[in-house]
Ligand binder design. Structure first.
Ligand code: OSB
Ligand code: MG
Length: 371
């Protein structure tokens, strides 16, 4: 395959419910959509889901636009490749910038699945026809508002709820949710907001008896050592998200026993090939994995659904229905969940039609590139 045309679309969609984490609050999202065409006219689509601000990772939308247009798209255009696993080699000299790389990798994978007439999930080695979804709930203004959000999602059938926590919003909300739902699969995500000090260890010790499925990313991304110390003290598994950007990070985490569960994000790891490799490594080490999300629009959301169909994804993934975040998604049909279960598309390629008119209507900027 040889990519002859590429287009980058900068698209903003409003959120149906604003979302707050330990770092900030947002009410709309801007993602970059990568559209590529090969010499046969076949198309691929990818999504660069980097947040607008540098709070989850240092990569922002503006930085990703620069990386994609100045380095990644020029490396991709005109190059010959047979399989999407070869695509990351084209820009291997670019350090970091995993979100931008993930969008390019995803476009190559969807084009490849389309040309080989197989569903994306099958091309990746997926074995499941459905995946179990969980929801991620932001920090709310009050415990009552949080309980309303939990009720709304549990009532619509989601079997797992993840609560964002931050210093000052941790033990109390967990206690309230656990009291209202004694048997619900609940976990917390701190997005690295706690310093590795005694006070933080006290908070996590206080959370330990609440039978959480995991405590996600308690400490800063590079703080593997306190994560290992905490895991040694707790019954609750520690899950790593921001800490693992590369397979080398994963090897470090496994060696140090810095956790027991891995959140695999296609965006954070530079794409579907890397996500599949992380799945393989975690699976052989005995760590269960699940797929995390970045509030993706439909294209990235379907990539998350596809990777979640691999056999080591044994915990519910953050692949909720498009409607949890967006009134209108840029794919047709949108992703839907029935009793918390999402169907893995069985049609060739991405698995849905891309709504180019809707993309054009919401695009702040579009740029074309040719080989
Ligand atoms: O840590 O999982 C996270 C969103 C933005 C940044 C970080 C995270 C999240 C989510 C979103 O939790 C989950 C989803 O996409 O449904
Ligand atoms: Mg997380």
């Amino acid at each position: 395959m040889r990519i002859v045309n590429a287009t980058l679309h900068d698209v903003e969609l409003p959120l149906v419910h604003s979302f707050e984490t330990s770092s900030h609050r947002k009410s709309s999202l801007r993602h970059l959509l990568v559209e590529i065409t090969d010499e046969s006219g076949a198309k691929g689509w990818g999504e660069i889901a980097s947040p607008a601000g540098p709070y989850y990772a240092s990569e922002t939308t503006t930085i990703a636009w620069h990386t994609a247009t100045a380095y990644l798209i020029p490396a991709l255009l005109g190059a010959e490749w047979e399989h999407p696993d070869e695509v990351s080699e084209l820009y291997a000299k670019v350090r970091g910038h995993w979100f931008a790389k993930a969008g390019i990798d995803m476009a190559a994978w969807t084009l490849y699945a389309d040309r080989t007439q197989q569903p994306l999930a099958k091309a990746l080695g997926g074995t499941r026809g459905t995946v179990v979804a969980g929801v991620s709930l932001g920090i709310e203004p009050s415990i009552d508002a949080l309980l309303d959000q939990v009720a709304k999602h549990v009532d619509s059938g989601y079997p797992r709820v993840k609560l964002k926590i931050a210093p000052g919003w941790d033990v109390e909300p967990v206690r309230a949710v656990r009291a209202a739902y004694p048997d619900l699969d609940v976990h917390v995500d701190a997005n690295g907001a706690y310093p590795g000090d005694r006070h933080a260890f006290d908070v996590f010790r206080a959370l330990d008896p609440h039978r959480l499925t995991m405590i996600e990313q308690p400490f800063a991304p590079r703080n593997f050592l306190d994560s290992a110390r905490l895991q040694a003290e707790l019954e609750t598994p520690v899950c790593l998200d921001e800490s693992v950007e590369t397979l080398d990070d994963l090897r470090t985490a496994l060696e140090l026993k810095a956790g027991g569960v891995l959140n695999i994000k296609v965006s954070r790891m530079g794409g579907l090939s890397a996500a599949r490799d992380a799945h393989d490594v975690a699976q052989s080490a005995g760590w269960p994995v699940w797929c995390g999300g970045m509030h993706e629009f439909g294209i990235g959301r379907l990539a998350n659904v596809a990777i979640s169909s691999l056999p080591g994804f044994t915990l519910p993934s953050d692949v909720s229905a498009s409607g949890k975040y967006y009134a209108e998604d840029i794919i047709n049909p949108a992703v839907t969940a029935e009793s918390g279960v999402v169907m893995v598309p069985s049609t060739p390629g991405l698995g849905a039609e891309v709504r180019t008119a809707l993309i054009a209507a919401h695009a702040a900027r579009t740029e074309h590139f040719s080989a």
